[in-house]
Design a protein around this ligand. Structure first.
Ligand code: TXA
Ligand code: MG
Length: 342
């Protein structure tokens, strides 16, 4: 199969691919997605094949506005509408009880479904024209860093899907925040492009699933099945060095060699001579770090780097999502540097 590159003008061609049961790369504000008609089980199964995605990892449905919620979900709580009003279109996925019409191929047999309204004009237009909800995981091969530009998605998906719509680089850069509204207390299943603080402002109490912060023990089952897989990983192993900038930079300097890769804040980029250095923005700007973290992870592939060290932001704002992606890329191999390390 030859994968076509479409432009923002090709909305009709893109919608036709979805309606015909094809696979389409779609731009969103978070990351590129690998979309198919979410009501067509055969098309949805092809997503799993193209990505090499484990069969027990459900997909989320993308809709153009909150008025479609009732089509695919039942018992929608009032809070879902409050959140949609405030944050949609935007980087928030809500887990809600599903209706029968949603195929098992999407939910992997769960009685809930994840729904999101992406904030990208081209993709919203394509979904409206196709007239179907779009099932879409991130557009990477399973386990690889998520793509934040069309070229990155093509690297992984060339020859595996019908087309990719180039909608420019993604403005947020990490995937949506996932909130489970079926739990007694709303539960954060994945930190993402919408900060936890913003959800707490609206919902009050929000629980944080353990899988967000720590590796799971053997046999433990996370609420979001996807959180149990190693993810976002470049080919070389990653170690996250968490803590204050000076101390973490020193720790990396003491261990670096010719084949070391470094992900660091801009302020420290000059401090690792001889290494392959991929800065991700100022240490004070987690929004910029979010936009660049997946590109930085991806950029080590095809170099001679055999180990990667990464500085890591604190948990405030988008820092929680950036730190989560780095730690998952590292398989939770994390070194903590204390505040007053010598
Ligand atoms: O920003 C995003 O959310 C991107 C763009 C393309 O919209 N999509 C994305 O999809 O990140 P994916 O499949 O890479 O991640 C979805 C996560 C997975 O960890 C999956 O296990 C979880 O959502 N998930 C999906 N349905 C669920 C459900 N019913 N209950 C709990 N977790 C669910
Ligand atoms: Mg993904």
């Amino acid at each position: 199969m030859k994968t076509k590159l479409l432009t923002k003008q090709d909305i009709e061609t893109a919608a036709a691919i979805l309606r015909d049961g094809g696979l389409l790369g779609i731009p969103t504000e978070t990351v590129y997605g690998l979309g198919a008609d979410g009501l067509n089980p055969k098309a949805v199964r092809r997503i799993f094949e193209a990505k090499g995605r484990p069969q027990d990892n459900p997909l989320i449905l993308h809709i153009p506005d909150a008025s479609w919620l009732e089509r695919y979900c039942c018992g929608v709580p009032e809070t879902a509408y409050v959140l949609a009003e405030r944050f949609w279109p935007g980087p928030l996925t809500m887990i809600l009880p599903r209706r029968e019409i949603v195929p098992d191929a999407v939910t992997c047999g769960l009685d809930t479904v994840g729904i999101r309204c992406p904030n990208h004009p081209v993709t919203l237009a394509i979904i409206r024209l196709a007239g179907v909800p779009v099932a879409a995981p991130s557009g990477n091969l399973s386990g690889r860093p998520s793509p934040t530009r069309a070229a990155h998605m093509l690297e992984d998906m060339d020859g595996r899907i019908d087309a990719i719509v180039d909608g420019g680089p993604c403005g947020v850069g990490v995937e949506s925040t996932i909130i489970d509204l079926t739990a007694p207390v709303p539960r954060l299943l994945r930190p993402g492009g919408l900060p936890l603080e913003a959800l707490r402002e609206v919902l009050g109490d929000v629980a944080v699933d353990r899988a967000v912060l720590a590796p799971l023990s053997a046999g433990e089952k996370p609420k979001a099945p996807g959180m149990k897989y190693r993810h976002y990983a470049p080919k070389a192993p990653v170690t996250v060095v968490a803590g204050p900038g000076e101390g973490t930079a020193r720790y990396i300097r003491e261990r670096m060699g010719k084949h070391t890769g470094v992900i660091c804040f801009d302020e420290f980029a000059g401090g690792f001579p001889g290494c392959t250095v991929n800065p991700i923005g100022s240490g004070r700007d987690p929004g910029e770090q979010a936009r660049r973290v997946f590109d930085a992870l991806r950029a080590f592939d095809g170099t001679d780097v055999t180990e990667i060290f990464a500085q890591c932001p604190g948990d405030a704002g988008l820092g929680l999502a950036v730190a989560n992606r780095l730690k998952k890329a590292a398989g939770f191999q994390v070194v903590e540097i204390g505040e007053d390390a010598p």
